[in-house]
Design a protein. Structure first.
Length: 238
């Protein structure tokens, strides 16, 4: 039997039933397994361990979660800043830089697109409702698999090829977003209000895609876009 490629998946910590636990939503691991990849959940460790934790890995998935502390991109905290996780920020910033150095295929999702942008030198909008005039409602109480707004993807981009589409509708669960792009990244997808919904590495030397929505929650829907994104990641990993 052929061994499946190994993919590192980031996680957070949460106190559940009085015990601090490492946690990631099963939709990530289910979607990766459906794409014939073998997910390995990374505990939160010291940033100095980031490189070693990618040893033997064929790819990296940066998952969603908490807000990112703006001190990492030189700003003070906005009053609407949500919960931050200092240990997660530090470890994932190091993971992104280690993955880039190794040219390890990387798929960055929601918080993931934001932490990747910050790690590579970009900044964030800390709160869309108060800082982005005319912003759509990007965060709500709708079901996680409900598609709530459109996205337009640049033709001939790696993301468009991966999704098999230049127009799609996505779910949305964020109030932060990419502001200034990091060197080496380009914005290739936008919501109707102009918010960046997708980025990719500009060169051919690193397969790196970031999306602001949650494709792992949409792989069971009728549309194939999000399943195709995971399949494209799997192809890059192989």
């Amino acid at each position: 039997m052929t061994s499946l490629p190994a993919v590192a998946v980031t996680a957070t910590t949460e106190s559940i039933r009085g015990v601090l636990r490492v946690r990631v939503n099963a939709s990530y691991t289910d979607s990766l397994r459906s794409a014939r990849l073998r997910p390995f959940i990374l505990p939160l460790l010291d940033p100095g361990d980031a490189g070693a934790m990618l040893d033997g890995m064929d790819g990296l998935v940066l998952t969603g979660g908490e807000d990112i502390d703006p001190r990492h991109y030189g700003l003070r905290a906005h009053p609407a800043l949500g919960d931050v996780h200092a240990g997660r920020d530090s470890f994932e910033l190091a993971l992104v830089r280690a993955a880039m150095a190794r040219r390890l295929p990387t798929l960055a999702i929601c918080r993931g697109i934001q932490i990747a942008n910050v790690a590579l030198g970009g900044t964030l909008v800390q709160d869309l409702p108060s800082e982005w005039p005319g912003a759509l409602q990007h965060e709500g109480t709708w079901p996680r698999d409900q598609r709530v707004h459109g996205v337009r993807v640049e033709a001939r981009s790696r993301l468009a090829k991966s999704l098999g589409a230049e127009k799609l509708t996505v779910n949305s669960f964020h109030h932060q977003a990419v502001a200034s792009l990091a060197p080496g990244l380009t914005a290739v997808a936008h919501a109707p209000d102009g918010v960046i919904e997708g980025v990719e590495w500009t060169g051919d030397d690193w397969w790196m895609l970031g999306v602001q929505w949650h494709p792992e929650e949409l792989t069971g829907t009728t549309e194939s876009w999000d399943r195709d994104l995971f399949l494209a990641f799997a192809a890059a990993v192989r």
